[in-house]
Design a protein around this ligand. Structure first.
Ligand SMILES: Nc1ncnc2c1ncn2[C@@H]1O[C@H](COP(=O)(O)OP(=O)(O)O)[C@@H](O)[C@H]1O
Ligand SMILES: [Mg+2]
Length: 264
């Protein structure tokens, strides 16, 4: 970074998440180098950059998904509502409910549509009765923009839905446990343009209710859905700022080269 202040929204009193001097190593190889950014409720944040630059690695530090990779080591500080998420007192299962994740390839459970949504609320004890659970399932599917398409077939398998519907089901599954942050790692890369447009509309609708971070290799998508963009290159955070600035008036040569398509 060339700025001496931490990028993010100075006007925001409390950032939803902060990252300070974050490094990630896979064995001896460093995949993320000294990254500090803030993530706020009101903005969708996009992570862009060429393949292999560390977008997924950095995204996964935000809910400790790298814990599941044996060779991965994370240093630096990451907070959620001011609390260090790497503290030994942090309950990782709870953290991953608060910071939900949607993956590149839709991965519904091989269960009914209803049970895909009900699974998390059941294990987290969010419903005390079947009626409660029904309410959570309906409201989660409504928020995920899927209710009208599936309300008459809740007992059908989630895996029988179209790819775009499966991805909205996975978003509904994340929503069902009342997350505060939703991380999406290239959520549209396996979808056709119509299904992609639905997910993008959904991201607009969810903005403000959840802090949303989306990794995308599609710059048009970043421009459409986000208000903040972080550009990564070879493990560095090259530039982070207001999305329209990044795309129309980048400060850094490397950003300029990327958005003008000089490298992939
Ligand atoms: N599980 C892993 N073990 C070892 N190296 C990894 C692992 N995952 C990613 N990497 C390496 O870390 C770097 C960043 O990868 P990644 O975060 O997947 O990038 P991106 O999502 O931007 O394509 C790449 O060099 C990649 O090969
Ligand atoms: Mg990736």
């Amino acid at each position: 970074m060339t700025t001496d202040t931490v990028p993010g929204d100075a006007a925001v009193a409390q950032h939803k998440m902060t990252t300070r001097n974050v490094n990630v190593y896979y064995g001896a190889k460093q995949a993320i180098k000294d990254v500090s950014i803030d993530i706020d409720m009101d903005n969708v944040t996009a992570f862009i950059g060429p393949s292999g630059c560390g977008k997924s690695t950095f995204l996964r530090t935000l809910n400790r998904m790298n814990d599941t990779v044996a060779s991965a080591r994370v240093t630096g500080e990451i907070t959620l509502d001011g609390e260090d998420i790497y503290a030994s007192s942090m309950d990782v299962v709870q953290l991953r409910a608060r910071v939900g994740m949607v993956f590149q390839k839709p991965n519904p459970f091989p269960k009914s549509i209803y049970d895909n949504i009900a699974y998390g609320p059941r294990i987290h004890g969010l419903a005390t009765s079947k009626a409660d659970l029904d309410v959570i399932v309906e409201s989660s599917l409504r928020r995920a923009g899927l209710w009208d398409e599936v309300k008459d077939r809740l007992r059908d398998s989630g895996t029988a839905l179209s790819g775009g519907q499966q991805q909205r089901l996975c978003i509904g599954r994340a929503i069902a446990v009342e997350p505060e942050v939703i991380l999406m790692d290239e959520p549209c890369s396996a979808l056709d343009p119509i299904a992609t447009a639905k997910i993008e509309e959904l991201i607009h609708a969810l903005r403000g209710r959840y802090a949303i971070v989306i990794v995308t290799h599609n710059m048009q998508q970043a421009a459409r859905v986000s208000q903040r963009t972080a550009f990564f290159h070879l493990g560095d955070l090259v530039e982070y700022g207001v999305t329209t600035d990044i795309f129309t008036n980048p400060r850094e040569e490397r950003t300029k080269d990327y958005i003008t398509g000089r490298y992939g």
